[in-house]
Design a protein around this ligand. Sequence first.
Ligand SMILES: [Zn+2]
Length: 482
Amino acid sequence: MRSYGIIDYHISSSIWSGIKHHIPSVTDNTCWQLGKGVQINFWTDSWVGDPLVDLLDIPRHYHALLQAKVAHFIANDHWLIPHSITSSYPNLVPLLNSVTIPISKTNDELRWIHSDSGVLSFKDAYLFHRPIEQHIPWAKIIWCDDIPPSKSCLMWRIMHNRLPTDDLFSRRGCYIVSKCDLCGEAAETIHHIFCDCCFSKDIWHWFASVLSLHVVTSTVSSIFDICNKNWNSQCKTVVISAVVNIFNTIWWCRNQHRFEGKSIHWRSAVNSIISNVSLSGNLSKKASFISMQEFIILKAFNVNVHHPKAPVIKEVLWQPPLYNWVKCNTDGSALGSPSLASCGGIFRDYTATFLGGFSINIGNSYALHAELIGVMNAIEIAHSKGWNKLWIESDSQLVNLAFKSDHIVPWKLRNRWFNCLTLTKTMHFRATHIYREGNCCADRMAALGINVNGFYWWDNVPPSVQGDYISNLMGLPSFRFH
Ligand SMILES: [Zn+2]
């Protein structure tokens, strides 16, 4: 199996027999990226999305007769579909128009639809077959840079019920008389040691009084709810570290009694917790503005407050282009990945006068796709209007990187991207980056895209862009804090 399909000659392979039964999943999850179109069956291969026979509901008994290649329907870089076909299938033309015919004739290539690069890597295959992830809310909390891994590890064993307590031994057939080492009053289970035991309860009460909050100790995992409150970063580290250290210290005290015969008072346990948390909190690199309540918590654990550095203020100035040049600022926006996305652009001349703008609703997509679609539209529009001196400016570093290396561009957009690059070779063209603060007009154009249907062209400055447009026109700077 290669990027151009399944090979029909023999090569010896030790792993083929193991993976060949996955061929149907591979063929169902790949799509052709159009090149010359000579290898792709127009009707039965996936290249528009699903195969055309499925999209157009062509009866199954005709499929074997449909042998035409995609190349047969392309002439001079345009679709050439016989009238008899378009009249029978009126939906066909819009489908074909969604596919970009590459100007430079490359080979057709099969692409894995679940990755942006289109390459089916070992990792992609694993991600495709692995079971759906469990969401474990405490997992991210216990593994953190400021807590020694040995302590996180004990925490992990507690959460998975994997500590060698007496009840675990009896479940495995080793019956012993069980008594809690800490209070001597109940049988030993993980739940008793950490939640119910009077020794632990004293420690949790002390902890709750330090936080001035109620700590729910009904189950081991409910204790972690306290870490998810709206703490600032340094205080959050201290709270998480305190919870993990309390668990560790309770277990240490239990072991001291059982194996060394030493009984430790809960007050001394608290002192050892404070000294450990103090170490984590002081060594942590996290810094933040804190509230009075958080200040008291940090002081209770002898942690010094890490003040954040004063912000550096940078002036960002939007520059008009040179005489006779046209500048287009573009932007894309997507709230999640993927989610409803839009993009937009604003064209201005050397006097910063508005030449036009566009807003596009892309539908469900990713932020990078939206940014790239904005840039590609800007290039295509400038070309069609004969603006041959074009300066594109975007606030996405990835877009600027895409001009230098193609592999950033997701394979679904690659043909159109290459066509745009070919267009730029016929123009005087430059692409630069500007900080978000200087790209406000384009940002607002993109935001307007959410409310339009498909593509919308603005002949006048839209009201919501007016303010930023004027401030660019007057050469007023914006400020960036970081
Ligand atoms: Zn007990």
